[in-house]
Write a protein that binds this ligand. Structure first.
Ligand code: ADP
Ligand code: ASP
Ligand code: MG
Length: 422
């Protein structure tokens, strides 16, 4: 018998009718000779509401209590799904993350999965149950409840699929699959049929919230192939797997946008060993996550260092850096909020040149200023004014022929030459 792990996100279980429709789908899947484990997220909006409540009670809620509070959203949704299965004549049972055997480290609100012991799940499957697991949570070795970071039900599903050696892992959501860009930003975006772990990892890490990036990282590490598909329609979604040589034929797989970023530039920093370490260790000690870092070429013994962080951290970072600027002998600190990061992603970039030039030319032609640039082997990211971000995404999407996914060989732009055809 095939073992299938399915996951349904918040919108997919957002109303009693949708809960019943998920339950019908689960019973149908089981009837097609499958053992079914299903991971459920909190109903749409519940986690946000719980967070708002917590912050109304306390400016800095205790992390342990936050985890206990937030995990209840998934408990409720999982119990409702099991009830709906039972009401439709099926055999459903819900489990908390702890009961499902998900063991984590002790980092409350962003715990990492250390181990999965799915003994109880196996026993319940043998007894013919549809096993409904509350997503987004686990427990520490001491039995404390933890949560896995926003979007963490994706991680629960991938980890269970890996531990159970499932035949299929299906992530059901409110769109048809992974698109060439968030369809809410670019309406011409189209579903991608297949992509490599690294591509989805880069997209998820730069704003495409369709999958939690830690879940994709986990899937890549343990070789868990998964499909993102619609919970409202039938039909294939997007399969993410280890890359194949033909995947490199597409130069740009997709683009993503990360809004609410802030840029900080320290001007006139003495160009000496150890200075960058001092700046970033102060920032790191305050648990501020730094994204892009750019250091200019040194002129007359000084240089400029710029980097980006989430806008919410700007005040905090400014407080740390203002005194440090004087101490380091730098000239001044400039900060800008309201910027966004636009990323162009594709493993085809490894073997095709001209992508950066084509991106810069497209933005330049449309008078969109690039404030910072960073690259990886399969990604080019630029910082632009947030007000221009959506227009930039639409223009770049069209520039690279996305929505029609032109293979490299048929790309017509003069800068889109392959390194191998010169
Ligand atoms: P769920 O509640 O099912 O986990 P999420 O809201 O976390 O769903 O993720 C689905 C949403 O991700 C979509 O509604 C879409 O707006 C957004 N999204 C962002 N980037 C992409 C992309 N490249 N492809 C598809 N959806 C995307
Ligand atoms: N309910 C959690 C969140 O909103 C986890 C999830 O939906 O995956 O982040
Ligand atoms: Mg999600």
């Amino acid at each position: 018998m095939r073992l299938v792990v399915q996951k349904y996100g918040g919108t997919s279980v957002g109303t009693p009718e949708r809960i019943r429709s998920v339950a019908r789908r689960l019973i149908e899947t089981q009837r097609n000779s499958c053992q079914v484990v299903v991971v459920i997220s909190a109903m749409a909006g519940v986690t946000d509401n719980l967070l708002t409540l917590a912050h109304e009670i306390s400016r800095q809620p205790t992390q342990r209590e936050l985890d206990i509070l937030l995990s209840t959203g998934e408990h409720a949704a999982a119990a409702l799904i099991a009830m709906a299965v039972n009401a439709l004549g099926g055999r459903g049972i819900s489990l908390t993350g702890a009961q499902a055997g998900i063991l984590t480290d002790r980092s409350h609100t962003k715990a990492r999965i250390a181990n999965v012991s799915p003994k109880q799940i196996h026993e319940l499957l043998e007894d013919g149950y549809i096993v409904v697991v509350a997503g987004f949570q686990g427990q520490t070795p001491e039995g404390e409840t933890t949560t896995l970071g926003r979007g963490g039900s994706d991680l629960t599903a991938i980890a269970l699929a890996g531990a159970l050696n499932a035949d299929a892992c299906q992530i059901f959501t409110d769109v048809d699959g992974v698109f060439t860009c968030d369809p809410r930003i670019v309406k011409e975006a189209e579903k991608v049929d297949e992509m490599a772990y690294d591509e989805l990892l880069e997209m998820a890490g730069s704003g495409a919230k369709v999958m939690q990036s830690r879940a994709v990282e986990f899937a890549k590490k343990f070789g868990v192939e998964f499909e993102v598909r619609s919970s409202f329609k039938t039909g294939a979604g997007t399969v993410t797997r280890e890359e194949t040589p033909s995947m490199e034929d597409v130069v740009v797989r997709g683009i993503s946008l990360d809004r609410h970023q802030a840029k900080l530039s320290i001007a006139g920093v003495p160009d000496q060993p150890g200075i960058a370490a001092r700046i970033f260790s102060d920032i790191g000690a305050a648990h501020i996550i730094v994204d892009m870092i750019v250091q200019n070429a040194s002129i007359e013994g000084t240089t400029d260092i710029s980097f980006t962080i989430h806008e919410d951290e700007l005040e905090n970072a400014r407080k740390i850096l203002m005194p440090a600027v004087g101490r380091l002998g730098a000239k001044q600190l400039n900060t800008t909020s309201g910027v966004a990061k636009l990323s162009v992603v594709g493993i085809g970039m490894r073997s095709h040149s001209g992508v950066a030039a084509r991106l810069f030319e497209c933005l330049g032609r449309n008078s969109i200023n690039i404030q910072l640039v960073s690259t990886s082997e399969i990604k080019i990211a630029v910082i632009v004014d947030e007000k221009e971000a959506q227009r930039a995404a639409q223009l770049v999407h069209a520039e690279f022929g996305l929505g029609r996914l032109l293979p490299a060989a048929s790309a017509t732009h003069p800068l889109a030459r392959s390194t191998t055809d010169s």
